[in-house]
Design a protein around this ligand. Sequence first.
Ligand code: AMP
Length: 302
Amino acid sequence: MSLLVVGSVAFDAIETPHGKVDRTLGGAASYFALAASHFTPVRVVAIVGEDFTDEHRAVFHGRKIDLDGLEHAPGKTFFWAGRYSQNMNERTTLATELNVFADFKPTLPDSYLNSSTIFLGNIDPTLQRSVLKQIDRKPKVVGLDTMNYWIERTPAELRETLKHTQILMINDDETRQLTGEHNLLRAAKHVFKMGPRTLVIKRGEHGALMVHNNFLFSVPAFPLEEVHDPTGAGDSFAGGFMGYLASAGAVNEQTLRRAMVYGSVMGSFTVERFGVERLAKVKRAEIHARARRFLKLTTFKL
Ligand code: AMP
């Protein structure tokens, strides 16, 4: 099935206790596409500036990543800078320069209009909806990510977009903020009234929890000795999750459970190195080997 993602393609400056990079390829759509392309072809809708060269595009080449929807505009590419605390549980945003992203009006190439699985990355909910409106037929699955900025500033627009969303993928703070409910299971009931049938709560080093009308499922974060840079873990999780789901061709309890594992697998590769370095090199065999290790990690007899 065809998977479309809309979101940021960026240059990031990142500082963690393990080092520092000044200007590396980042952005939610970049992480998402690199992770998802291991499972299914991905169509990218995003915008970059004149400083985004063929060398940067090359990271996406040789993979099942379609860049026809990557708009090049006059000006500079979105730039984000962040610094992590010593234990890497907290992140301070040092700079957000929207640049060409500020005037982004996503326009889908004709070849994208039949996309059946859609991931609306963390951008203005009105723009997220404008992407959905351009799709020819009702998509089979729509996943959505958002953040406190949109929950606070554009609540009505976000509610409207959520009506057209089946899977909401956010972190625990965002879940509480969106619903006004501290308990995550009760919060999920509020989310179900807004439209989505499935809530995936990303919990960083604590893994992820999926709450569905009929079942609950939890995956740990893969235990790693070396975590160098958590940036993009959530977007890589979303890429693995949606990519697997699109390749499976059906959304049911079994495919949703496996999607959680592949999401966690892809997130675990991303954090091993800075930026997209590890994600861009990971091999299919490594992905499946790590998924099998998840099975061992979580299986027990009663
Ligand atoms: P995550 O670690 O999953 O929060 O994602 C980090 C990525 O999100 C970085 O590569 C940034 O370039 C990108 N990013 C940061 N702030 C924003 C924003 N306001 N809108 C879109 N993308 C962003």
